[in-house]
Design a protein around this ligand. Sequence first.
Ligand code: CUA
Length: 312
Amino acid sequence: MDRLFEFMLPEAKSPTADSTDALFHFINEVSLVLLIGITIALIYFAIKYRRRSEDDETPVITHNNTLEITWSVVPLLICFVIFGWGYTGWLNLKSVPDNAYEIQVNGFKWGWNVKYDNGAQTLNEIHVPEGRPVKIVLQSSDVLHSFFVPDYRVKHDVVPGRYTYVWFEAEEAGESIVFCTEYCGTGHSDMLAKVIVHTEEDFQTWLEKNGGGVSGTPVEQGEQLVQLQGCTTCHSDDGSRLIGPSFKGLWESEETLSDGSTVTVDENYLRESILNPGAKIVESYDNVMTPYEGRISDEEITNIIEYLKTLK
Ligand code: CUA
């Protein structure tokens, strides 16, 4: 029977996935057996007890105790089994092993910002070691998102103003895809990330190489920041039109706003557009950017502006 349902699920890559799959198959198989059984009975009775002549009269049957008890108790038992099984699985998904490696993941419109214990940061890439439990602590900067990794059978809502978490253990080095599964606006379908699984040794090397977060001159830091903060999801650096205006040639340009007025792009305009994007919307674009107020420091803003100045 498992064979029959294989096409429904990707290959499981976490040890906890098997119990989730087993329950999924159980519910599917029970439903299928019931569907077939009820359909056959329905057709059989419809033919057997069809009206044969004008004076064909149905006898009065008030009830049948045996039948009624059977069709109440059997489904009830099935429900108890599903509940007990599901509850155990849920407890396992909520009980993070003590030795789990913790990673902070912040969902925003539209991407995933990832922070590691030594200050390393990535965008839309979650680097993890193989064979070790990993706890992903989830936060949202703006609206409801949902963090879903089909290969590990883990999914959890990402809620603004509240921490949530999932945990998994990647069985082998490789990559798995992360989806946002809560509709969160224009860029929802592009809100993808990858879990990149390294061997323990490679993971330590990767961590050390990327430790400490952004570094270099202000312009270099600015360039890393527009990646990490997800700016490049909506703003190109080559003049092409994405969800927001391109960064190329932006500095000191004249922009027409949605109310018909014009503005020259200087430091204060850029600063306002980062902290409170809705204040001045460039003509023909939508007011969809999440304010960075409280999410970014003055120094980071300055570095980003320094970088934008170089994109002529
Ligand atoms: Cu985030 Cu959909």
